[in-house]
Ligand binder design. Sequence first.
Ligand code: SAM
Length: 308
Amino acid sequence: MEKQHKSEKRATQSERQGHGEQASEGAGKLYVVATPIGNLGDISVRALAVLAEVDLVAAEDTRTTGHLLAHHGIGAKLVALHEHNETVRAAELVARMQAGKTIALVSDAGTPGISDPGALLVARAMEAGITVCPIPGANAAIAALSAAGLSAPHFLFYGFLPAKPAGRRTALAALRELPYALVFYEAPHRVTECVADLAATLGAEREIVIARELTKLFEAIHRCRLDEASAWLAADPNRQRGEFVLIVSGAREEKQEGLPAEAERVLRLLLAELPLKQSAALAAAITGARKNELYARALALRTTQVEK
Ligand code: SAM
């Protein structure tokens, strides 16, 4: 049997382990690995294989990730990468990957780079020509959306609103007219005031889904009108505890009822002098309104006139 090339052998081994990476010999690589948002079981087979195999795990908090790795029997080498050392650490880690090392980037919970550090290391790695490979998994926003039951197909992920009320209200005013479900992250000590601002700024009749402690023991998902949300939170102090995703339904696009006023006016003038079909065609040419809508309206107007 022909001798297997070393890099081929490595790829086959990787495929067997479930992540099918075709890393070329000696090339460093950055894996961006999603970890659980509460339940330690919410991690993919591929993520575990990558974490077990890389040379180094860059973690937002080495203790949190150490706990996760120990739970899954993985003894990886850890290094801290958080918002306070990201710039310096990113340069060091890129140098290591250029020297051929493989690194997994993880945050405390969920997907790195989503309201979490990581984007800077990814950007630096890309600039250095290093392959960046996402290992998808848990994300609080997507978990909340999946269980929110909102039928609208589009959403806007906002993440954390400004902490101070004035900044928060200004940010919300800019989102008010958007016809997309709005997805926010919020801390427990601000959730009550945030929900009050959502109702005051976005409109009382919109729906809110309050998704709390997802995948954890006290997981709760509550859906109500925005003007009912403050009272619901206040009814039980436990409802204000834990981690929150808040989803607000999008602004309803106001559908114009009937013809624009100008088209209606022109159509009436023409109808007084001309046959119905010609009036509709001329009104469409003059005003730009739709001919079939003008025709239908002309028919209705004629019928009313005849009935009179
Ligand atoms: N990178 C994470 C992700 O992919 O979702 C988000 C990190 S961000 C620093 C943390 C915020 O996410 C929390 O303050 C909360 O708003 C939300 N969050 C995280 N875990 C959650 C959970 N289990 N239930 C509800 N919200 C959660």
